[in-house]
Ligand binder design. Structure first.
Ligand SMILES: Nc1nc2c(ncn2[C@@H]2O[C@H](COP(=O)(O)OP(=O)(O)O)[C@@H](O)[C@H]2O)c(=O)[nH]1
Ligand SMILES: [Mg+2]
Ligand SMILES: [Zn+2]
Length: 354
């Protein structure tokens, strides 16, 4: 028996993961959580120590789709006496973003419960940027908590708080504070429960590291994310998942600074569910709420029953989602076609040799 839950629980282990293991795996493998990812290696924590692990070939070549590869927050199984990842456990939640040029969506973090969406009140307040993160959170089924930092540099936080409240789902929350001073462990206590994993999202300079240092009570976040040796290779994998004293874990990932919507139909509607429900009354099931007759959403907008900005942003994000889905489909078709061409070539070569 190689599993000691008391060591794994502070890393976010739960019955959901335990149930995925076969008896044989329980006896011969070790669970570990991915706490940092680099090009070809992973920093993992087992509860009794940290290792730099590599990926078994089978997981590495998972049909070229990046989603079969572990990401930060994933639970994996290691060989008993080597830091080799041989299995990735099914994640509870998976935060996704658009892949470049229509490639497969990329996993940003796994097994996340709460997304802390950070925005500074010192610069121009950007509700749309916050709302993009709200879409990503809604799609993944993650609770959003919006944190407006640098309240000390802004005469009043009230208008920004009110604007965010209008767009938040019922389960969400919003706060404004000075991230250097605020008693964040108390303020965020409802989301910092043991076993919860929080991810920090927001542009550079908004105070993400300040927040994490405040929560962890130390200056963990002052170090560089990656170091390179003389040949420019990554020599260390930064820890991006940090266990907090109260039993929650927090993830800070550079990749959360800008988020392209994942090519998943329904992601935008998952956040704008009021508009989505209204759209159920459109005459056409695939109504784009543009020029179609009998469009319930446009009718409500024309009657002034919708928030104009919300409605416009909804349409913009829907169009972007459609574009990303189409780009992804095209990309997949090209890959399938490429494989066919290669197979035909190979077959011809084989016949030519006869
Ligand atoms: N005045 C003030 N400065 C802050 C606050 N939060 C962060 N800062 C400062 O903003 C700068 C960027 O913060 P940092 O945590 O590194 O941002 P990150 O890039 O999101 O990790 C630092 O100089 C912080 O001290 C805040 O609430 N009030
Ligand atoms: Mg930082
Ligand atoms: Zn419509």
């Amino acid at each position: 028996m190689s599993i000691d839950p008391s060591l794994l629980l502070p890393l976010g282990w739960s019955n959901e993961f335990h149930r995925q293991l076969t008896l044989e795996q329980l006896e011969s493998l070790r669970p570990a959580r991915v706490i940092g990812v680099a090009q070809d290696h992973y920093r993992v924590a087992t509860g009794s120590g940290e290792h730099i692990a590599t990926l078994a070939g089978r997981l590495r070549h998972g049909h070229g789709e990046s989603l079969t590869r572990p990401t930060v927050g994933d639970w994996v199984l290691l060989e008993q006496d080597a830091p080799l990842i041989v299995e990735r456990l099914e994640p509870r939640t998976l935060l996704l973003r658009r892949g470049a040029g229509g490639s497969a969506p990329q996993a940003i973090a796994a097994n996340v419960d709460v997304m802390l969406i950070v925005s500074g009140l010192d610069a121009e307040f950007n509700l749309h940027r916050i709302e993009r993160y709200l879409v990503v959170a809604a799609e993944a089924g993650v609770t959003p908590v919006v944190l407006l930092t640098k309240a000390d540099l802004c005469p009043t936080a009230e208008p920004a708080l009110a604007a965010v409240r209008q767009r938040l789902p019922a389960a969400g929350a919003v706060f404004a504070f000075d991230a250097r001073q605020a008693p964040l462990t108390e303020l965020l206590a409802p989301w910092l429960t043991a076993g919860n994993t929080l991810v920090v999202a927001g542009s550079s300079g908004v105070g993400k590291s300040t927040l994490i240092n405040n929560l962890s009570g130390s200056a963990l976040q002052s170090t560089q994310a990656t170091r390179r040796d003389a040949k420019g290779r990554h020599t260390t994998t930064a820890r991006t998942l940090i266990p907090l004293a109260g039993g929650a874990c927090i993830i800070d990932i550079p990749g959360m600074r800008e988020v392209g919507l994942p090519p998943s139909a329904g992601a935008v509607d998952a956040h704008f569910h009021t508009l989505h429900e209204l759209a159920a009354h459109c005459r056409f099931a695939d109504c784009r709420h543009e020029e179609e007759p009998g469009c319930a959403v446009r009718t409500a907008a024309e009657r002034g029953e919708l928030d104009e900005d919300e409605w416009q942003h909804y349409r913009k994000l829907l169009a972007e989602e459609r574009h990303n889905i189409a780009a992804h489909e095209r990309h997949q078709q090209e890959r399938i076609f490429g494989r066919m061409v290669r197979a035909v070539k190979k077959e011809k070569e084989r016949q030519g040799r006869r």
